[in-house]
Write a protein that binds this ligand. Structure first.
Ligand SMILES: Nc1ncnc2c1ncn2[C@@H]1O[C@H](COP(=O)(O)OP(=O)(O)OP(=O)(O)O)[C@@H](O)[C@H]1O
Length: 653
């Protein structure tokens, strides 16, 4: 996304005026795609100054729409999770809509989500051009491709505070099935939205085409590209045939063949290729355009074989479930059920656990399952906000409360959580002075914004989390005992990964949640044993990051071997499922364990320069998403200099 400079802003404001008053749009004054959209809006009689007007669906109706788009929602979850993670830090939201622009899911920064709701950028609202004029969602659907709408390029005056990038998702029959959108405040630079969204769409469409080939009983799967080293990456073309007839394709394949979606279900091999359907790897010419294409032909991967049950009680082996891409062992599931009951009964929940055990994931699941699912969840990481800012961030301030305050004051995060859940992460890091103020809010049910004369009533449920041992912090005088007792009504401690059971089931489920099976990627028995025997000082974060990266970097059909694992996991002498002697067990985890070594397979396994580019894109996407879009952190994860990463993003953005 580009951020409009002050000058551009003035110019476009002038252009808006001319267009509104005289219907005149000077050549080159706005991007062509924006100009076309403004013309469409004007011809529908839409006025630029029309106030936000929407009638978002209620919960039951929205649920029905979500059920109707069940395949899209299920398949898009991993990408939406990653995009939401990136947007949480970029202070924006990631959105998934249906094919008409109805918002099915919106996640990311809660503060921005609150502002977005004021213009109905929220689940249940429809952002087609008919409803909202020029906007990334509606305009990308109208144009059928990636569209960015920045600030005053929005048609309605009210939407000018937004900068949005959107791209439609095509299903394997070539129809628009939905769309990803990244929206944020137009004043914040969002430099990598285009790259993130493109990679998300390419990944999703590739996975969808693979699944469709399997589900439709295709007897032939064809991967194609003009350059052979792109084969086996999400950037390859995919075609599925049954009895010689084309039954599914991804958008890349249609583009490479120079045909449109109407050929799916209608055309056969001979109409597409200038050569017979024989052999496994071939170079054939396309009928349309005669371009030479490298093909890899295979039978679609059969459903992944079930593992033989591992020793141990059957009930344990079944006690791992995957929901929304997250993995729940029955022990943690039972803790979640208790925490939901407590939150529903307005009992504060205190969540403790080592770093990476999934505390934040737990709280988001708690919110979704609780009776407050349609109310706000406002998350504040007390360790991430500088001490001097935390007070105003939490409690808000009145107009002109202090120098530098935004003119119109700020409600503060506590009041934003009104009617919902306030999640105070890393509460052990809250300075003592603020602990006293927070205690007062909890006791009195009212908050006094900075510079305000009188307090404001508040009503919210509290969930607090920390990786510190709060009892010790109290004993050492770093945490107020009265606040500790106030928070600690229901205390939930998330078990470190090394002590969770069944650990083999968790490793298998986290691996399955990466979507490995749809690309026929397997773990060798030795690699799996090593993973089960590792001490996992970084807990679920370390396991999930490692498996996602290994799968992203592997070729389709590959077997991930023990040699592909990072040095510290490979080097562990005696794999042992319970791993009680692991020297790292119980130690404070490093901030980003093993991550420098994660990228090794990307380089060593890459088959060629073009393919390396695709794999790098994938690794960059994962690293950015995994670090909330933070360039420096992503560069560290990838083991490259941040300037190199900037350059790479510019090149692909
Ligand atoms: N139940 C789960 N299933 C699969 N992956 C998970 C699960 N919980 C956590 N993860 C992975 O671990 C990462 C970190 O989770 P989360 O941020 O919730 O941990 P945390 O305990 O809050 O960590 P910290 O204390 O460092 O803030 C997630 O982004 C996800 O990749």
């Amino acid at each position: 996304m580009s951020q409009q400079s002050g000058l551009q802003m003035q110019t476009i404001t002038g252009v808006r005026g001319q267009f509104r008053d005289a219907g005149h749009l000077p050549d080159g004054s706005v991007p062509e795609v924006i100009g076309r959209s403004w013309q469409r809006c004007a011809s529908r009689g839409l006025a630029m100054n029309r106030p936000a007007r929407q009638d978002p669906l209620g919960l039951a109706a929205l649920r029905r729409q979500r059920e109707r788009n069940h395949d899209l929602l299920r398949l898009a979850t991993p990408e939406l999770d990653l995009l939401a993670h990136a947007m949480a830090d970029a202070r924006g939201v990631a959105i998934l809509t249906d094919s008409r622009g109805l918002i099915l899911d919106a996640r990311g920064d809660d503060g921005f989500a609150g502002r977005a709701r004021r213009v109905f950028l929220q689940p249940g609202a429809c952002w087609s051009e008919e409803h909202e004029g020029t906007n990334a969602v509606g305009t990308a659907l109208a144009e059928g491709g990636l569209v960015e709408v920045d600030g005053a390029e929005h048609y309605l005056d009210e939407n000018r505070f937004l900068v949005c990038t959107a791209m439609p998702v095509f299903d394997p029959s070539g129809r628009i099935a939905g769309l990803f959108d990244l929206s944020a405040d137009a004043r914040r630079p969002q430099t990598h939205a285009r790259t993130l969204i493109r990679l998300a769409v390419v990944n999703l469409e590739h996975r969808w085409a693979m699944q469709a080939a399997e589900a439709d009983g295709a007897d032939l799967l064809v991967r194609l590209h003009s350059h052979p080293s792109w084969l086996g990456t999400p950037h390859e073309g995919l075609l599925a045939f049954r009895d010689g007839r084309l039954t599914a394709a991804n958008r890349i394949a249609l583009g490479l063949l120079g045909v449109d979606a109407s050929t799916i279900g209608e055309t056969d091999w001979e109409a597409l290729f200038d050569g017979a359907m024989t052999g496994e790897a071939r170079l054939l010419h396309t009928r349309a355009g005669g371009v030479p294409m490298h093909l890899r032909v295979s039978r679609p991967a059969p459903a992944a074989p079930r593992r033989r049950p591992t020793p141990g009680p059957v009930a344990e082996a079944q006690a791992v479930t995957v929901r929304g891409g997250m993995v729940w062992d029955s022990g943690t599931d039972a803790l979640l059920a208790r925490a939901v009951r407590a939150a529903d009964a307005d009992i504060p929940v205190l969540l403790q656990g080592e770093t990476g055990t999934g505390k934040e994931v737990f709280v988001r699941a708690l919110h979704r399952r609780s009776s407050l699912a349609d109310r706000p969840l406002v998350a504040v990481n007390c360790a991430a906000i500088p001490e001097g800012l935390l007070e105003s961030e939490l409690f808000g301030y009145e107009d002109g409360a202090f120098t530098g305050a935004r003119r119109r004051g700020s409600t503060g995060r506590i009041r934003q959580a009104e009617g919902g859940i306030l999640f105070l992460d890393e509460i052990g890091d809250m300075p003592l002075g603020l602990q006293a103020r927070l205690l007062r809010v909890l006791q009195d049910g009212e908050v006094l914004p900075l510079g305000a004369g009188k307090p404001v009533k508040v009503d919210f449920r509290l969930v607090a989390a920390t990786h510190q041992d709060l009892k010790t912090a109290v004993a050492e005088g770093r945490f107020r005992s009265d606040l500790y007792y106030r928070l600690n009504h229901l205390s939930v401690t998330l078990t470190p990964l090394r002590d969770r059971r069944p650990l083999d089931g968790i490793v298998d489920a986290v691996f399955a949640a990466t979507g490995a099976a749809t690309r026929a990627i397997r773990l060798s028995d030795e690699a799996r044993r090593r993973l089960i025997g590792h001490g996992w000082p970084g807990n679920l974060r370390e396991l999930a990051n490692l498996l996602r990266t290994l799968v992203a970097l592997a070729d389709d059909g590959a077997v991930i071997e023990a040699e592909d694992l990072p040095e510290d996991i490979r080097a562990e002498a005696k794999p042992n499922p319970a791993n009680p002697t692991n020297p790292m067990a119980g130690a404070e985890a490093p901030a980003q364990p093993s991550q420098a070594s994660l990228v090794t397979p990307a380089v060593s396994a890459s088959p060629g320069p073009a393919s390396l580019r695709a794999l790098t894109d994938e690794a960059v996407f994962r690293a950015l998403a995994g670090t909330g879009g933070n360039i420096s952190a992503a560069a560290r994860v990838l083991g490259i200099h941040r300037a190199t990463l900037h350059r790479r993003l510019k090149a692909s953005g």
